[in-house]
Write a protein that binds this ligand. Sequence first.
Ligand SMILES: [Zn+2]
Length: 197
Amino acid sequence: MMLAKGKNLDVVAQVERRGDARYISGDLRRTAYACLVAEIVDKVMEDRHPVDEIFELVVLTLQRLNDVKRVPRADAAWFVMRMLDVLGYAPQLQDCPDCGTPLSKAAGWFSPLLGGVLCPRCGAHDQGGSPLSVNGLKVLRLMAAGQAELYDRLRLSDQLLDEVEHALDGQLEYHLDRHLKSLDFIRSIRDGHRTPA
Ligand SMILES: [Zn+2]
């Protein structure tokens, strides 16, 4: 987008569309995840401070969300992890952030307040987090390491994606100190699609 400096507001002089968005606009879930991407960027970026890395990440994520062969939840989760990393809020996934014990191959507990995965002992006393299985921790570690190709090949179950989303979205909302409206919307359409247990 090219902007001409105006007296008060800048004027849009030229717009070039990058890529195709027809499958985003034709699909409520994909639109909801695209809104999440836009809302996060809107909240974290300062006006007139371009960050190439974030621009490229947004373009890539929107292209992925427009690809019907891909799972939008998985691509949005990858985006959130990358944003946490760029912002310096990457979660602690090797040692318990409360007591420092190296995390074993056991189910743990994700605490946005303490910024990482707690050992089972510390997790038992934490009120604000969410449970994380052994496989959930493995997925988060792989994402944190930036192993995109490996992540792309995973076939993540809904339950694993729930865990990963809970952890990453919780971490992001805690650090932004705001509630993201698009997350409410995503949860409401998902709950509407799920058959009651
Ligand atoms: Zn601990």
